[in-house]
Design a protein around this ligand. Sequence first.
Ligand code: ARG
Length: 452
Amino acid sequence: MKNLDFEQFIGSFAFDGRLVEADIAGSVAHVQMLVKTNILKPADGKKIVSGLNSILKSIKSGWKLPKEEDIHYAVEKELIRRIGPVGGKMHMARSRNDQVALDLRIYLRQQTDEIIGLINEFLGIIVKKAEENIDVIMPGFTHLQPAQPVLAAHHLLAYGWMLQRDKERFADCRKRINISPLGSAALAGTSFKIDRHYTAKLLGFDAVTENSLDGVSDRDFAIEFVFCVSMIALHLTRFCEEIILWMNPELGYIKIADKFTSGSSIMPQKRNPDCAEVIRGKSGRIFGSLMAMLTIVKSLPLAYNRDLQEDKPPVFDACDNIKMCMEVMNEMTASMKFVKENTLSSIEKGFIAATEIADYLSRRDVPFREAHGVVRRIVKYCKENSKTLNELTLHEFNKLYPERYPIFKDDIYRHIDLKNVISVKSSYGGTSEKSVLKQIETFKKNMSGKKK
Ligand code: ARG
């Protein structure tokens, strides 16, 4: 590898450019603190701050910083180019080690807020869809086999609760992100009489790190952030998997807007659920980022080690991909429409009111185990005679349980009526319309800001 650019290999300029705004904000606060504590002359401070602002302005208008070892060094070099040697005073009483830790925290705080915003959007869409589809009944599965009917709203809200927890996880993670390491300097603190609390306050941090060694070497907050991202990604894969299943023409429970699907180049009848598949697939690289972060930090001695520079690509990749996934997920969910005829016919085919018949018998003093056996017999009979449960005559019901003839009365039909099957599941958190409406209310309360 004769042509290997050694500088580039040990540096991070190729991938840390997006920290530039955080870096400049951090430097401005640092310089203001140096002036306030009389470490830096006000006139010098003024020159440095206006130099930093002019760099920021150039960057915002599309100008690119010349290549250096990393973005932090690039900003400092450019500052000196623009305002002269006085620019070199900016780096008093700090190090690139606390600087980079600071920048990453500023960046991830911003990302956390953006992701929480996207989750809020998702929750709003889920609640709206739940309300819109409050009368849609669909088969609920266990082991991917038809089990009992549930309200589609109930099913959707299950994802709402997952993402609600994700949001709480991010809000909690944010507390650990939002602590300033600035002033830890290289590893031991500094002999300058700095005011760490002042810079923390200027930059909107809640507190300062308590130990300078920990301040420069801690990346827990970033690992935790990528874990939070992974958890959303995981939840999205479950939802996408269901969307893919529900869209399969064999089930046909939902339709989503055409733009989230694509046609096949050879089979004209197909609509492929590409967006859901891509979201499902992207979880792979997001989990990979988490594994990378854990491995990079594993076994590192204190304090800063250059290995830590490798934290950026996985963190940034996780940020970019989860935001894209969430945006697509939100739009795709908003476009989702349930096809009632198909959910209903699936319910009938799946005999999913069968548990209700067993419950009916157990309420009439039949031990549940025995009732279970009787209903298996009934379902078998239906299959052999191509009948649904509510197509059986009372005579047929009773004939199938001669031991307790005639235990089935006319009210059996009311018990296996789909609306009834749903409405009796009125336990707290159950699928009855009443319970689901209560969930929606709780959700709305959460969203109105009572719980972050
Ligand atoms: N570019 C490095 C990083 O991203 C920061 C600089 C490391 N400090 C040093 N003294 N070389 O972690």
